[in-house]
Design a protein around this ligand. Structure first.
Ligand code: UT7
Length: 348
């Protein structure tokens, strides 16, 4: 029996439009200096006309299939982790399934906010390990720019749009997800919330007038929660994988704030060179941040066959999710097989 779910393909997509901190200075009472020093962010990508959660997810998913050389018709399941689907119903995953021509695949969305990619990785891996599926496409995609209040300086400077994907495949070669820790503290629901547009406060003229369809956040509360939750859950995941911190080759955390990443890295004893960050160029892309970072790490030659990778996410819920993944493929060889991706780079 094939008992492992290895990552055999990957891809990422971000909108073309770059929004710099100085552009935000013209929109709200903020400064490049404040944003850089408090968050580490210099610029982010913001979706333009025709760029949606599913269109970015589709691009990322196509690349993941191309890297693996797998036809879409061989996909069994597509999971899109998102909290900003194109529509409340149907799922973004259904749109991706059609766009890929993945005629045999079941498709669904999963919402664990910014922790969504690691949650989806756990679900996808288990579908394979249980014997139910052979090829599972896991995508993290969000266009938070659509639910951000562009007059609220507390939130609008933090986020960006994007998508990242991995293709999981059943194999008898040991590797893939070694451990996973998933958690939620629903007492923190109000700390990060879009209050209207769901069943509690359905959309109405009043909810729109009161700007309740936008993200509301208690930044300090989320910050304190994040530092604690990610270091604790990541340590547990490393232990459950039977490893120690120094056996982790690359730490790829959710890219929300450089200070949160640095605090967690310090608590986990990861030296600077083992920590991957790109929050500076993309901001917080929610469930897309870890797979986008993974793709950039691969492009930079920082991921090799046999490496142990540590992923950790946190977000609204409040949720957290940590996992350790053993990487099994040679990324350079995969890129050579598909020259187009090697030439263009994963992120156009
Ligand atoms: O995926 C999960 C998503 N959420 C997060 O990751 C958020 C986690 N939290 C954070 O990253 C940080 O708490 C923030 C970046 C949001 C805020 O940084 P901070 O160092 O915790 O600042 P603060 O909230 O203590 O605010 C300090 C000051 C306040 O002014 P007063 O009350 O001291 O006069 C804010 O009003 O900074 C002000 N402020 C700003 N100033 C300029 C808040 N946002 C801005 C801004 N520009 N954009």
């Amino acid at each position: 029996m094939r008992q492992y779910a290895n990552i055999v393909g990957w891809g990422a997509a971000v909108p073309r439009r770059v929004v710099t901190n100085s552009e935000l200075e013209k929109m709200v009472d903020t400064s490049d200096e404040w944003i850089r020093s408090r968050t580490g962010i210099s610029e982010r990508r913001i979706a333009g006309p025709g760029e949606t959660t599913s269109s970015l997810a589709l691009q990322a998913g196509k690349q993941a299939l191309a890297v693996a050389g797998l036809p879409a018709s061989d996909l069994d399941i597509i999971i899109v982790a998102t909290m900003t689907p194109d529509y409340p119903m149907p799922s973004a995953a259904a749109i991706v399934q059609h766009g890929l021509g993945a005629s045999r695949a079941g498709a669904f969305d999963l919402n664990a906010a910014c922790s969504g990619f690691v949650y989806a990785l756990a679900v996808g891996s288990q579908l394979i390990v249980s014997g139910m599926s052979v090829n599972v496409l896991v995508i993290g995609a969000d266009t938070i720019s659509n639910v951000i209040d562009w007059t609220d300086r507390n939130t609008c400077v933090l986020f960006g749009d994007g998508a990242g994907a991995v293709l999981l495949q059943a194999t008898d070669q040991p590797g893939g997800l070694l451990s996973c820790v998933l958690g939620t503290d629903g007492a923190g629901v109000d700390a990060l919330i879009i209050p209207a547009g769901g069943s509690r406060n359905p959309a109405s003229v009043e909810t729109v007038t009161n700007r309740q369809h936008y993200v509301k956040m208690n930044g300090n509360e989320v910050y304190r929660f994040a530092v604690n939750a990610i270091s604790r859950s990541m340590a547990q995941a490393i232990e459950r994988a039977g490893l120690s911190s120094d056996e982790i080759d690359l730490f790829i955390p959710h890219q929300a704030n450089i200070r949160i990443i640095q605090s967690a890295a310090k608590a986990l004893n990861f030296p600077h060179e083992k920590v991957f960050t790109n929050v500076e160029r993309y901001g917080n892309t929610s469930s897309a941040s870890i797979p986008i970072a993974l793709c950039e790490a691969i492009e930079q030659g920082r991921v090799r066959a046999g490496d142990n990778l540590a992923f950790v996410g946190f977000g609204a819920g409040l949720t957290w999710a940590a996992s350790v993944v053993r990487w099994t493929v040679d990324p350079a060889a995969a890129a050579r097989v598909n020259g187009r991706i090697a030439a263009e780079g994963v992120i156009a």
